[in-house]
Every structure is written in structure tokens, then in C-alpha cells.
Write a protein that binds this ligand. Structure first.
Ligand code: NAD
Length: 308
């Protein structure tokens, strides 16, 4: 592995810059490249971050640039996208975001980039699939943030409910990052104790599950966008790659046989290291949970069909 750890963030909006700011605060890389179609914005963001270096633990080379500068990046984060217009259908938005991704992935490939794509743009499972198709990269090297943020929200809420640190809660949100996502409660643990055996009242758990599902909507109503949580999730995944951690994170990975799936990107616990998603962890789901997960896969696959 080369010494210089380089991350490129494409799309310097709320999400891209929350990721950049978290990278800086966590001293997670040596070089940070910022790219946006609004080149002035990318320049201003690089200036602003550079002015915080004197107060930061990091010795980071931060700069704006263009697609040729992606050649030696280890990871490219894509957080660029267009927002839904009033009255625009989900499918039309998806088509516009596919066009945006063509203007990004093609020049990145032309630069000779040979690292890992990490996608945050929504609908994230589908945009990750599109990146995989456009890039022709091995599936390991195209990752979506998937249900990593939803899983963090679940762990936070369960931790709050049981008065246990979220770091000692082992529970996952799986499937689509969206309405069809599901929680395999049979696999949710506090340390090694099944949550279902600790909490007799499933109604309370269901309330927590609903709170996870509608969290983004609530935040958007309050402040128009969500970005700190996803920024931190992106950095968690980036560090797992750059430090070759073999950490398990619920990313969007291409499933070819796990959980009975075929050719669908969806949120599952994946083992993340220098090669990207090197493995998928298959949990022992109940029959009902597996059905919910497979329904979520079907929903994603049906949406992908509207593009290809
Ligand atoms: P934003 O509007 O603040 O930023 C988008 C940026 O993309 C803008 O700076 C814009 O100039 C840039 N852009 C647009 N087209 C481009 C192109 N062709 N090339 C380069 N740059 C381009 O939006 P945001 O709030 O940062 O959200 C970004 C995306 O992240 C959205 O799709 C949002 O839904 C998604 N998101 C995902 C999660 C998750 O869990 N995966 C969470 C929150 C937000």
C-alpha cells in the first residue's frame, strides 16, 4: 500500500462537507481532494478547511481539483446529486441522478483511478448499483453507505432505551436504505444477551424501529437536510478501508447468493478492509425476517429495472 492515504470527495454539499470535516477532525487521511460542479464552492470549502489546520490534530493536504486528480486516490466518495423537484416522480429523479453519475464516473475512470468507490447519494442502493455498472469494477470495490446510518440510529435509540452505550448494542438495520428496510430483532443483542429476552414488550421495540425508519423525515422537516450522521458513517467506512480493519459495517454490497439474493445492492453486515467489502456476514434470520429482507431486495430490484 502507498504511504499517502488520499480521499476524494465529489459533491461538496452538506453531506460531502460533513464527511470532509469529520475526516479532518479524525485525522483519517493524508490528502483530501474536493470536487464539485460548482468549482468556486469546492475552492471555498478547501480554503475554509485549510484555515482550521492550525487547530487540528491533522497534517492534511486539502485542496480542490478536477477529475484528473483522482488518479491516485484510494477512495472516492460520491455525495453529488440533484434534489427532487416539486411534483417530480422518484423514477424521474433517479434518471436525473443517473445522468449526474455518468458525468462523474466516466471522467474518474479516465483519470486511471483504481481504488474504491463509496456512494452516499440517494437512493443509495440504486446509485451504488449504477456506479458498479458504469465503472465495470469488481463488486468489492463499489460500496454504498447502505443502512450504516440507520444502524447507528437504531443503536443510539436502543442504547438510550436500555441505558447502555450504543457501542455495546449489536443490532442491524438491513435491506434498502429507505421505507422497505427491516430490523432482524432475533439478532439484536446487548453484549451477548438477546434483546428479545431482555425486553418483554415488543411494542416498545417496534416504536424504536419506526423511529429509525422515520428519522430522516423528521430531521428534514426540522432543518431541511441530514448530514452529520452520514458524514460520520462515511468516515467510519473510509477508516475501515484505509486501515485494513476487517470491521463489520452495514454497507450496501452487491449480493449474489447471500440471503437468497441475486444481483442486488442492499444493506447487509459486510466485512470492510483494504480490498473493500471482502465478505458478507450471513445472520441466522427467522423465516419471517428473511421474507421481509427479500421483499426489500425485490423493491430495490424493481426500481433498478426502471433505469437499465
Ligand atoms: P447538496 O445539494 O447540499 O449537495 C449536492 C452537491 O452536489 C452540490 O454541491 C452540487 O453542486 C453537487 N453536484 C450536483 N451535480 C454535480 C455534478 N454533476 N458533478 C459534481 N457535483 C455535482 O445535497 P446534500 O444534502 O449534500 O445531499 C447529497 C446526497 O446525499 C443526496 O442525494 C442526499 O439524499 C444524500 N444523503 C444520503 C444519506 C445516506 O444515508 N446515504 C443521508 C443523507 C443524505
Amino acid at each position: 500500500m502507498k504511504d499517502n492515504k488520499k480521499v476524494a470527495v465529489i459533491g461538496t454539499g452538506f453531506v460531502g462537507m460533513s464527511c470532509a470535516y469529520a475526516l479532518l477532525n479524525q485525522n483519517a487521511c493524508d490528502e483530501l481532494l474536493l470536487i464539485d460542479k460548482d468549482t468556486l464552492k469546492a475552492k471555498g470549502e478547501a480554503m475554509d478547511l485549510n484555515h482550521s489546520l492550525a487547530f487540528s490534530p491533522a497534517e492534511m493536504y486539502i485542496h480542490d481539483g478536477n477529475y484528473e486528480d483522482c488518479a491516485d486516490a484510494d477512495i472516492i466518495v460520491i455525495a453529488a446529486g440533484v434534489n427532487q423537484k416539486p411534483g417530480e416522480s422518484r423514477v424521474d429523479l433517479l434518471k436525473r441522478n443517473t445522468a449526474v453519475f455518468e458525468t462523474i464516473v466516466n471522467p474518474v475512470l479516465k483519470s486511471g483511478f483504481n481504488g474504491i468507490f463509496l456512494i452516499a447519494t440517494n437512493p443509495v442502493d440504486i446509485m451504488t448499483h449504477i456506479t458498479w455498472e458504469l465503472s465495470g469494477f469488481n463488486k468489492n470495490r463499489v460500496i454504498g453507505t447502505g443502512t450504516s446510518l440507520d444502524t447507528a440510529r437504531l443503536r443510539y435509540l436502543l442504547g438510550h432505551f436500555f441505558r447502555i452505550s450504543p457501542k455495546n448494542i449489536h443490532a442491524y438495520v438491513m435491506g434498502e436504505h429507505g421505507d422497505s428496510e427491516m430490523i432482524p430483532w432475533s439478532q439484536a443483542m446487548i453484549a451477548t444477551k438477546p434483546i428479545l429476552s431482555v425486553c418483554g414488550d415488543f411494542g416498545e421495540l417496534k416504536k424504536i424501529g419506526d423511529e429509525v425508519k422515520f428519522a430522516a423525515q423528521k430531521i428534514i422537516e426540522a432543518k431541511s437536510a441530514t448530514y452529520y450522521g452520514i458524514g460520520m458513517a462515511l468516515v467510519r467506512i473510509i477508516k475501515a478501508v484505509l486501515n485494513d480493519e476487517n470491521s463489520i459495517i452495514t454497507v450496501s454490497a452487491l449480493l449474489e447468493s447471500s440471503y437468497g439474493a441475486s444481483s442486488v445492492y442492499a444493506g447487509v453486515p459486510g466485512v470492510i478492509n483494504r480490498s473493500g467489502v471482502c465478505d458478507v456476514v450471513e445472520l441466522q434470520l427467522t423465516k419471517e425476517e428473511l421474507k421481509l429482507l427479500q421483499d426489500s431486495f425485490d423493491f430495490i430490484k424493481d426500481t433498478v429495472k426502471t433505469i437499465f
